[in-house]
Design a protein. Structure first.
Length: 327
C-alpha cells in the first residue's frame, strides 16, 4: 500500500522505514528537509511542502501524522484536512488527548474525511521490535488499512501464546488491536502510559532502597553493599518481576552503575496526568498511578537515585533526554 508519513522524528522516521521494509510505498514530509532527504535516499518519496505531499499521494489518500501532541498535532491535522479530499484517511499516531480525537473526528467527518487515532508504543526500538498499536475510529476503515497495521506491529514473534486464546483469533496476539470508536485508541494508550509510570516508579524506588542499604544511619550488622547492576541482571532471569523495562534498566546500570550521566529530573509527557483525570471522572481510585505522577513533579525540586533510574529507563525505551531543573 501507499502511505504518507508526516513527522520523521525518533518514531516517525523508523515507522516509515519499517513500512518500506514491509513492501509499502512511503511518501514523506517533515519540517526538517535534511531528514526528508535522508529517508528519500532509503527509498521513500520525499516532498518539500504539504501541498507537494498531498499531490504525490494517490486517492484515496492515507496520511499518518507523527508529531508531538498538542498544538503541533492540531496544526498539522487541520492543515492536512484543508488539502485532503472526501474518502481520504488521516491517522494521528502520536500521544494526543482522546477527547481531542473525538472533536477532530467530528470535524473531519463533515468533510467526509476518515480519522483514526492510533496509540503507538515501541519507542526507539520499534524499527526492529515492531510497534504495539491501539486503534480507534471507524472499524471498516481500520480493516481496509490492516496491511499497514500488520506491518508496523511486532507479530507473534517468539512470545508463547496465552493459554486459552488458541481458538479466539483476532489481531491482539499480533500486537495491534481495534479498540473502539474515535478516541478509544488514544484512551487505551493513555492508560497504558499511566501504568508505565507506576511500573517505572516501583522499580526506581526498590533500587533506591538497595542503594541506601549501606547507609551509616543503619546498624553496622544490617548494612549491605549491594551490586545493583548485578541484581537487575539477576531479576531478568526467572523472576516474576522481569520485564522489558527491567531489561533496559539493567542495560543502563551495566553502562554506568551510578547513573551519574542522568540528572534525576523526570519529565511527564501528559498521558499520566490525563489518566488521573479520567480516573477522577470515573470515580476510580488509582493510588499508585497518582503517586508515580506526583513523584515526577517532585523530581524537579531535588534528585534521588530513584529518579536517575527513571531517567535512565525513559532514555533507553524512548530516547528521551531530561532537561536540567529550571531550564
Amino acid at each position: 500500500m501507499q502511505i504518507g508519513m508526516v513527522g520523521l522524528g525518533r518514531m516517525g522516521g523508523n515507522m516509515a522505514r519499517r513500512l518500506m521494509r514491509g513492501g509499502h510505498k512511503v511518501v514523506a514530509w517533515a519540517r526538517n528537509a535534511k531528514v526528508v532527504q535522508e529517508l528519500a535516499g532509503e527509498g521513500a518519496v520525499g516532498t518539500t511542502t504539504l501541498d507537494d505531499f498531498v499531490a504525490k499521494l494517490a486517492a484515496p489518500r492515507v496520511a499518518w501524522v507523527m508529531v508531538p501532541a498538542g498544538a503541533a498535532t492540531e496544526q498539522v491535522v487541520m492543515d492536512l484536512a484543508r488539502r485532503l479530499s472526501p474518502g481520504d484517511t488521516l491517522i494521528d499516531g502520536g500521544n494526543s488527548y482522546f477527547k481531542d480525537d473525538v472533536r477532530r473526528s467530528r470535524a473531519l467527518r463533515e468533510r467526509r474525511i476518515n480519522y483514526l487515532d492510533v496509540g503507538t508504543s515501541g519507542g526507539v526500538w520499534g524499527l526492529e521490535r515492531g510497534y504495539c498499536l491501539m486503534i480507534g475510529g471507524d472499524r471498516a476503515v481500520v480493516e481496509r488499512l490492516d496491511p499497514i497495521f500488520r506491518t508496523l506491529a511486532p507479530g507473534m514473534g517468539t512470545i508463547s501464546r496465552t493459554p486459552g486464546r488458541e481458538t479466539q483469533g483476532g489481531t491482539a496476539e499480533h500486537g495491534y488491536l481495534y479498540c473502539g470508536p474515535s478516541g478509544a485508541g488514544h484512551f487505551v494508550k493513555m492508560v497504558h502510559n499511566g501504568i508505565e509510570y507506576g511500573l517505572m516508579q516501583a522499580y526506581a524506588e526498590g533500587l533506591d532502597i538497595f542503594k541506601n542499604a549501606s547507609s551509616k544511619e543503619l546498624p553496622e550488622e544490617l548494612r549491605y553493599d549491594l551490586n545493583i547492576a548485578d541484581i537487575t541482571e539477576l531479576w531478568r532471569r526467572g523472576s516474576v518481576v522481569s520485564s522489558w523495562l527491567l531489561d533496559l534498566t539493567a542495560q543502563a546500570l551495566a553502562e554506568n552503575p551510578t547513573l551519574s550521566n542522568y540528572t534525576g529530573v523526570v519529565a511527564d509527557s501528559g498521558e499520566g496526568r490525563w489518566t488521573i483525570m479520567a480516573a477522577i471522572e470515573e470515580a476510580v481510585p488509582c493510588d499508585v498511578l497518582s503517586a508515580a505522577l506526583y513523584a515526577r513533579f517532585r523530581s524537579r525540586q531535588g534528585h534521588t537515585f530513584a529518579e536517575k533510574v527513571l531517567s535512565a529507563m525513559r532514555h533507553k525505551f524512548g530516547g528521551h533526554v531530561e532537561q536540567p531543573a529550571g531550564s
